[in-house]
Design a protein around this ligand. Structure first.
Ligand code: PEP
Ligand code: MG
Length: 589
């Protein structure tokens, strides 16, 4: 037997369903190794000049970043960048580096790498927290200088132009945003989490995804094929004929199931006792999924995450460019509503025009509406574009990460300014464009009655609400056991938000990932949720489960869940309910 081709089964955590069979592609964004070579004496001056040029560019970057921060209100970041600037003028970086390049007669990258290693070793021995933090600053600066010494483009998924299964240590939202979806069969990563923005993107693209897989170095032995099972979390390298044929059967069953679901496309999302819910779509990239919303019976766009499509742009997208995108969405859904969320940069999502800033806690930092309120000029550009799109259909504006009424009022002031300008310029837009708040922060949940007095609708972003209520980073796989959407505190919060919103007869949807998770459908219905905004591939299965259950039973289920004390107890209750109502989830697929 050829040992190299022995089947290896690895287990991971499934975060996006589906099965893929194909060839692996190792996507490693690790630091490239630094070559070492000698420099001829007559070229030393040139090498020294290259070093000073990299220093100059790095200083310029830091200065630009610092000025930008300053104009946005300053803060700790300005001081930190000041330290970086000082370091960039330090003799270690200037005369000593020059002296080493001359003395060693080696290429600059190599000399600099050895200086960094020496520093790292010295710093590692220091226990003082302050100095250890300085090491991070030093490494940060070093990365920047390296970027200027070797300005090659980093590896990008956009370069993949034949079908492959992507293996990576970790993926960033911008990696997935750049990918050509038709060539990506599945993602397998060592690290990742279920509600991370990468997982959300994969779900909307319908790409199977398994994470927390400790995969071996795939370039060390021949790999002819890989199976990724996004249901069970199995990743099978070099599958045997027997395994391949078992998966061929499984794929057939999945296809039959998809065909069965097609029957629901034109039917309402109505329970067996006649309660009608509404299912709309979460959209990120305006890809093929846009065409499928109406085919699947989705009733509009419940959440357009506007930041993804502009992530790779070098500069802030201008009004016309944004209008083109928003208009396309609005026209796609015809008579149905389209909810456009203003940019939610920060946390783990960065655009080239909103690069990562130094923050100790990015998720608690300058993110989403906070960031845009510090950049009102551009915020207004986005609002103008969204409002102009309202001349072509039913558009609403949604603010992410609102934490209280003052923030909502500040954001609405910018809306009023934009309206005034458009009126004066005679540009058409809807004068009664609805304004909504995402409820993602516990302070907003607890004051939703106050927010409701000054906004038109509510959208519950459970992905962040869970992270902020339970104080668990949604992207940290080592804490995923504590990231519990079924935690009693979350159930109580949802119940309260829904009750307050229904009391004043305003509209509410849930757009976090639990809205598209079959386990939570009946519970949410029972808690009073009418609208589910979910990734497009999920629309048929959510509709299907709603059509199989009764509203009365869903209310009883919610009542029972609210009496339980732990997340585990709630989950067991929900799993049992699902098993009883949806036979096929059990084992057959
Ligand atoms: C959420 O937090 O639930 C949400 C929908 O927003 P995002 O996942 O984009 O942070
Ligand atoms: Mg969110």
């Amino acid at each position: 037997m050829d040992l190299d081709l022995t089947e290896i089964e690895l287990k991971g955590y499934p975060i996006c369903t589906g099965v893929a069979i194909g060839k692996p592609f190792l996507f490693i964004v690790a630091e490239e190794s630094v070559p070492e070579f000698s420099i001829a004496v007559e070229q030393i001056e040139e090498e020294v000049a290259r070093w000073y040029q990299a220093l100059k560019c790095s200083r310029k970057d830091v200065l630009t970043l610092q000025q930008k921060l300053q104009s946005e209100g300053g803060g700790e970041g300005v001081a930190i960048l000041g330290t970086h600037l000082e370091m960039l003028h330090d003799p270690v970086m200037t005369v000593q580096m020059e002296e080493q390049i001359r003395r060693k007669g080696k290429n600059t990258e190599y000399v600099f790498k050895s200086v960094i290693s020496e520093y790292e070793q010295k710093f590692q021995k220091i226990t003082n927290q302050f100095f250890r933090e300085r090491l991070k600053d030093f490494q940060d600066i070093a990365r920047r200088i390296f970027g200027h010494l070797r300005p090659q483009k980093r590896q990008s998924l956009s370069g993949i132009d034949s079908k492959h299964i992507i293996f990576a240590h970790e993926l960033a939202p911008s990696d997935t945003a750049e990918a050509k979806t038709e060539f990506i069969q599945a993602f397998v990563t060592r690290s990742g989490a279920e509600t991370s923005h990468v997982a959300i993107m994969a779900r909307s693209m319908g790409i199977p995804f398994v994470t927390n897989v400790d995969f071996p170095s795939l370039n060390l032995f021949p790999v002819h094929e890989v199976i990724v099972d996004g249901e069970s979390g199995s990743v099978i390298i070099n599958p045997s004929h027997k395994t391949l044929s078992a998966y061929a059967d499984k794929n057939k069953r999945l296809r039959t199931h998809v065909t069965d679901l097609q029957k629901t496309y034109s039917l309402d999302a109505e329970t067996i006792d006649g309660y009608k819910a509404q299912i709309s779509a979460n959209i990120e990239m305006c890809g093929d999924d846009l065409d499928k919303i109406l085919i699947y019976g989705g009733e509009g766009i419940g959440l357009f995450r506007s930041e993804y499509i502009f992530m790779s742009k070098e500069t802030f997208p201008h009004e016309e460019e944004q209008l083109d995108v928003y208009r396309r969405l609005v026209e796609k859904v015809g008579q149905y509503p389209c909810v456009i969320r203003t940019f939610d940069f920060g946390g783990d999502k960065f655009g080239n025009f909103h690069p990562p800033q130094y923050e100790k806690n990015p998720y608690l930092g300058c993110r989403a509406i906070r960031l845009m309120l510090k950049d009102k000029k551009n915020f207004k550009v986005q609002l103008r574009a969204i409002m102009r799109a309202s001349a072509f259909g039913e558009v609403s504006i949604l603010f992410p990460m609102i934490s209280g009424l003052e923030e909502l009022r500040d954001a609405k002031k910018v809306v009023e300014e934009a309206k005034k300008e458009l009126k004066e310029e005679g540009i058409p837009f809807s004068r009664s464009i609805p304004i909504g708040c995402m409820i993602e922060v516990p302070s907003a949940a607890l004051t939703v009655d106050l927010l409701l007095k000054e906004c038109d609708f509510i959208s519950i972003g459970t992905n962040d609400l869970v992270q902020y209520a339970l104080a668990v980073d949604r992207g940290n796989p080592s804490l995923s056991y504590l990231y519990q959407p079924s935690h009693p505190s979350i159930l109580r919060m949802i119940k309260m938000i829904v009750a307050e919103t229904n009391r004043v007869k305003k509209t509410l949807s849930v757009c976090g990932e639990i809205a598209g998770d079959l386990l939570y459908t009946a519970l949410l219905l029972g808690l009073g949720v009418h609208e589910f905004s979910v990734s497009v591939p999920t629309i048929p299965s959510i509709k299907d489960i709603i059509r199989r259950i009764s509203y009365v039973e869903a209310c009883e289920l919610a009542e029972e869940a609210l009496k339980l004390s732990t997340s585990g107890e709630v989950e067991t209750l929900l799993q049992n309910f699902l098993k009883q109502n949806l036979a096929y989830t059990d084992s057959t697929l």
